[in-house]
Design a protein around this ligand. Structure first.
Ligand code: IVH
Length: 715
């Protein structure tokens, strides 16, 4: 692409800038105003980058309405926000019968159930619409909220009231009842709506799901009222009294209260019955009259659901079994290399646009260089060893909202002279060497923060929802500020107002920002100076440091300097080890890190690497100096084990180790894998060996499993 920009004449460049301005303006409108994105984020980014590259070469051609000066549309306003009293989570996916059997096995393993113990599941269609939470107080519908980011959604109560399937008044309902379900549109209603829209010269929708989303999120509820929306109830949030003892019982109760429940909901006595019900639903899929994209299985017994609980974003007691991916063939027009947050070079297929399952696809992932060459993760041939070349006729598939992939290549249609793809060994963005470490399928840019692609991806990660989540400062705005040179690293965000103090003036003069949104942005940034320790750690974008490990670290270390000095000490030891003098595990700091449950060697090495890289460390410290970091609040401060460090050892008989750990953490305890002077309590089951002995030697309180259950009030 850069070459192509280099070869443009001035006249061509001016035309191209005009074309890009138009394309990007349309994309912005489709995304922000119409709820109907027409191009993917990656394509959008690519257009933006191309525009910036041309402007950089021909500064005098920069247009008055240049897309570079637009920080993206301000976030959708108009609806008030509602915070969900119980977060609205998503579901883990299963793609094969084997995954379903594994799901059953994992539930049994967590609960410590034998493989022949009875365990029932419900199975029901996964509706392809948008989820909506309905809150009833004393039988009256008081609010309706979209899922939003899972924690906060939009208040669409007035619109929900216009949907016939949603009762506004219930009799015999619990005083507080929050019903959850899916808003959708039938195929017939969708076709008729599009026909009406077309006739009236209004925009049409790409698919029933977009039509349902666009119709529900109308600022004028009288428009929603004219749209044929429907609703299936399938779950619940807060309740003042349980609906039933089982999932099936609860759904039947919702039906009795007047909600529509899906008629294909069945009770299954195990994975084989679930798989059979899946086949039945799949058979009926084409004639149901509305879109579904899989089958959801849920543990039926609600007590067991409660014990299983949640991972960070999905319940352990449910899974979505997706229908097979949709396929299409098209031409591979080019292979671009994108550089990610951790320097990974990812090959992206540029495709001749093709419709796959109702969506136009023009980009797909090619994973890594081995994948292009026809090799799998284990070094063995895939696709019969066929490599992928620019110009090839390739098969593209997508499953649900997963990024499309290139699966196969038709050698009979390979153009003459097509050359094997040569994967770059230098970063296409900063020209630093890109290397592959032993055992890593991915080639990585070694430029660190000097690589603009890594720096900008780190910034985008920093502002993402699970990290700093600054209202009005999303990925697009972060990228814009980066390109302008206003924000190069996270710390700059918090100095934006100080540095551009008149910044308000500068910001609000730019298109897309007014007085109010600029002031709001600075307020939103100021608000996030106070940040949870775990969010900060996750936001740093350190490789292998995910949300849950960030929590594990934040739970263990009281503050930033405690963590940093432990990592530094582990670093010294590692350096010694590299010199061949000491073994890795002898460092007390290294052992302390490794003993944290959820923290493994790969992460410890990665932390050490990040903290000992001078540039990166300096960037961390600059940021930390500007923040008010909140220690991770013990989950339940009034529990008798809150803040205590607990070690489980030996065999537990009433629950598995995984369940014991998860429950202890919910109660605010830290669970560690090894006994040390910092351990407060050891729970020892039969067969406990050296750990129990060490606890005794150190005089640490030791309980058996019943003692533990009594302590946490569950005996
Ligand atoms: S249960 C804790 N049941 O799928 C999660 N979800 O990928 C409870 N969905 O956000 C969700 N049909 O919007 C459930 N029968 C069904 C569903 C369903 C569609 C959607 C829902 C959820 C998403 C998760």
């Amino acid at each position: 692409m850069a070459d192509d920009v280099q070869s443009l004449t001035e006249a061509e460049a001016a035309d191209e800038l005009a074309r890009l301005a138009k394309l990007l303006a349309a994309a912005n409108k489709a995304y922000h105003a119409d709820d109907a994105p027409e191009i993917s984020d990656a394509e959008y980014d690519e257009l933006k980058r191309r525009n910036a590259a041309i402007e950089a070469r021909f500064p005098s051609l920069k247009r008055a309405d240049s897309p570079s000066d637009q920080v993206g549309a301000a976030p959708a306003t108009g609806f008030q926000k509602i915070t969900h009293s119980v977060p609205m989570l998503s579901l883990a996916n299963a793609f094969s019968d084997e995954d379903v059997r594994e799901f059953d096995a994992s539930v049994r393993k967590y609960l410590g159930l034998a493989s022949d113990a009875a365990l029932e599941f419900t199975a029901e269609p996964k509706i392809d619409g948008l989820s909506l939470a309905l809150r009833y107080e004393h039988g009256k519908l008081v609010s309706a909220a979209t899922r939003g980011d899972g924690n906060t959604g939009e208040n669409v109560t007035a619109n929900a009231r216009t949907i016939a399937d949603i009762p506004t008044q219930l009799t015999d309902a619990p005083d507080l009842l929050e019903v959850r379900g899916e808003v959708y549109m039938s195929h017939a209603d969708f076709e008729a709506l599009n026909a009406r829209q077309a006739q009236a010269g209004e925009k049409t929708f790409a698919n029933p799901r977009n039509a349902a989303a666009g119709s529900l999120r109308q600022l004028d509820a009288s428009v929603t009222a004219k749209r044929p929306l429907r609703y299936f109830a399938y779950a619940w949030g807060s309740l003042s009294a349980p609906l039933a003892d089982t999932q099936k019982g609860a759904i039947d109760r919702l039906a009795a209260l007047g909600f529509q429940i899906n008629p294909l909901t069945a009770l299954c006595d195990g994975p084989e019955a679930m798989i059979a019900h899946y086949a039945l639903i799949e058979e009926q899929r084409a004639t149901l009259g509305y879109d579904i994209d899989g089958v959801v299985y849920k543990v039926d017994d609600l007590t067991l659901q409660g014990r299983l609980g949640f991972r960070s974003t999905t319940p352990r007691w449910a899974i979505a079994h997706k229908f097979p991916a949709e396929l299409a063939w098209t031409r591979l027009e080019g292979i671009d290399i994108q550089v990610g947050r951790t320097g990974a070079l990812s090959p992206v297929a540029r495709l001749q646009p093709v419709t796959v399952g109702g969506v136009v696809v023009s980009n797909a992932t090619l994973h890594n260089e081995d994948y292009i060459a026809g090799l799998g993760g284990d070094g063995q041939p895939i696709r019969g060893g066929k490599d992928i070349r620019v110009g090839d006729w390739v098969q593209v598939y997508r499953a649900g909202d997963v990024i499309p992939k290139v699966a196969d290549v038709d050698l009979s249609k390979r153009p003459e002279g097509a050359e094997p793809f040569v994967f770059p060994d230098r970063c296409p963005e900063c020209d630093s060497p890109a290397i592959r470490e032993a055992g890593d399928a991915v080639r990585r840019c070694t430029g660190g923060l000097i690589c603009p692609a890594q720096a900008v991806e780190k910034l985008k990660h920093f502002v993402s929802r699970a990290a700093f989540d600054i209202e009005g400062l999303g990925a697009k705005q972060a990228e814009q500020f980066f390109e302008d040179g206003w924000v190069r690293e996270p710390a700059d965000i918090f100095e934006l107002e100080a540095h551009y103090g008149s910044g308000l003036q500068q910001l609000k003069n730019r298109e897309g920002w007014g007085d109010k949104s600029a002031a709001n942005l600075f307020a939103a940034i100021a608000e996030k100076r106070r940040i949870d320790f775990n969010r900060l750690l996750f936001g740093l974008g350190i490789r292998h440091l995910g949300e849950s490990a960030a929590k594990d670290l934040a739970r263990h270390f009281p503050d930033w300097s405690a963590l940093a000095s432990t990592v530094d000490q582990a670093t010294t030891e590692q350096a010694r080890d590299d010199a061949g003098r000491a073994a890795l595990d002898v460092s007390p700091a290294w052992s302390e890190l490794l003993a944290i449950d959820g923290v493994g060697r790969t992460l410890v090495s990665s932390l050490i690497q990040a903290f000992s890289n001078e540039d990166e460390r300096a960037s961390f410290e600059r940021l930390v100096a500007l923040l008010d970091i909140q220690p991770l609040e013990a989950a339940a401060t009034d529990s008798p084990v809150a803040g205590k460090t607990v070690v489980f050892t030996g065999t537990l008989e009433k629950m598995t180790r995984a369940e014991a750990k998860a429950r202890a953490e919910v109660l605010g305890a830290k669970v560690s894998g090894s006994v040390s002077a910092k351990t407060d309590l050891v729970v020892a089951g039969p067969g406990a060996g050296s750990k129990a002995k060490k606890a005794a030697d150190l005089g640490i309180e030791t309980l058996d499993e019943d003692g533990w259950l009594a302590l946490i009030g569950e005996a």
